[in-house]
Design a protein around this ligand. Structure first.
Ligand code: SAM
Length: 373
């Protein structure tokens, strides 16, 4: 099979307008796909813009001053996001994660959080609402986010060494400001705080132990994410991936650990506890141990396209339904049909990893900034 190189913009806009079924059934909260995977987790990208230029996510060469970010009119409004969120919750979603781009760059985000916080699950429970941020604006916003109804937060931080971190974010942003953001989130009670560190072999793997040492005994749960290198085509490269098993080995040599059970089925991180009671760490093995089998996540892009996988090449254009003359029941019917037809294609493909390359078949990572990593 030959690799097909698809320009980024084409991928971003690749989508189809969903079919609305003629017969509409009321959502039961029990929607399942062809592999009996429920729909529990919705990740909503609220902006495609970011103030960092991390080389592995929004590299400066692509996201330069000429890059065409989405115009305001393309973005889902807060009302549109909330309308869709209600549909997804009726189908079983219990957790909403706001992401981006950098979600704190979206103006008046607190208003959206307030609107989402009013939604309840069919059994009357509040939603678990969280947000992933680079923390550049967190010191200023932590309290207002909490007041609006945000419960907890995940911060991305790739190292404690200032030179390493400034190089990785490529906008010269200092570690100290991220740490100040984390402290503000702690004071505001956005708990438990998780910190995600993407590990790139040869770039920041020397930061694993200092990061672990820093966050031990702090109540913060540090998680190491395998760097996903999908390259410019469909090939997966392993040169810069440090497998989670090796991260754990390095940690074990310094701080004895024992494995602990997942909090729930489908959790992305494998959890480990420090034997001396200093807290827990996790690893997210997106490359060496793909977790597609339990994947219960859907992703809503900044302009309202529904993606069923981080690596999907095509989305389902829910904005077309929102802005067309469709009722909530019709949109719910369309979403149900999409999820029920969700196949195991990606897990089959990913099961063969880590191979040198992945099969082509049009499979390609959609921009992280667009559907949120
Ligand atoms: N701007 C926010 C932030 O920095 O957390 C949210 C968006 S960012 C795309 C979400 C997460 O995806 C971050 O933790 C980031 O490190 C991770 N990420 C982005 N590109 C990645 C890659 N190639 N491999 C692994 N993780 C990646």
């Amino acid at each position: 099979m030959t690799d097909k190189i698809i320009p980024l913009a084409d991928i971003r806009y690749a989508s189809r307008v969903p079919l609305v079924p003629a017969e509409l059934l009321s959502p039961t909260g029990l929607l399942a796909d062809t592999q009996a995977r429920p729909l529990r987790d919705l990740r909503i990208s609220v902006t495609d813009r970011c103030n960092f230029r991390c080389s592995y996510c929004m590299p400066r060469e692509v996201f330069d001053k000429d890059y065409a970010f989405l115009p305001q009119s393309s973005l889902l409004s807060f009302e549109e996001i909330t309308r869709l969120a209600k549909v997804f919750v009726a189908h079983g979603v219990e957790k909403i994660r706001l992401t981006g781009g950098e979600p704190l760059l979206r103006k008046h985000l607190e208003v959206l959080i307030g609107m989402l916080a009013k939604i309840q699950t069919p059994s009357g429970q509040p939603l678990d609402i969280t947000l992933t941020t680079n923390a550049s604006l967190l010191a200023k916003k932590a309290q207002s986010l909490k007041d609006a109804g945000l419960q907890r937060i995940t911060v991305s931080l790739d190292g404690l060494d200032d030179a390493v971190f400034r190089r990785m974010n490529d906008v010269d942003f200092p570690v100290a400001d991220v740490l100040r953001g984390i402290e503000a989130a702690q004071r505001a009670g956005l708990l438990p705080i998780k910190v995600n560190m993407v590990v790139k072999r040869g770039t920041n793997d020397d930061q694993i132990i200092p990061m672990a040492r820093h966050f031990r005994n702090s109540g913060v749960v540090l998680r190491f994410i395998e760097y996903m290198d999908v390259g410019a085509t469909n090939g997966w490269r392993m040169d810069e991936v440090l497998p989670s098993a090796q991260v754990i080995e390095r940690l074990q040599a310094e701080f004895p650990l024992s494995a602990i059970d997942p909090n729930y089925r489908g959790e992305t991180a494998e959890r480990w506890r420090y034997a001396d009671g200093a807290g827990e760490v996790g690893v997210i093995s997106s490359v060496t141990h793909a977790f597609c089998g339990d994947c219960n996540r859907a992703r809503l892009s900044t302009e309202g396209k529904l993606f069923l996988c981080l690596f999907a090449s095509q989305g389902h254009d829910l904005r077309a339904l929102l802005r067309g003359d469709f009722s909530d029941a019709q949109i719910a019917g369309a979403v149900a049909q999409i999820w029920q037809n969700r196949s195991d294609r990606y897990s089959e493909l990913r099961a063969v990893m880590p191979a040198d390359t992945m099969p082509g078949d049009g499979l390609k990572r959609v921009e992280m900034s667009y559907i949120g990593g």
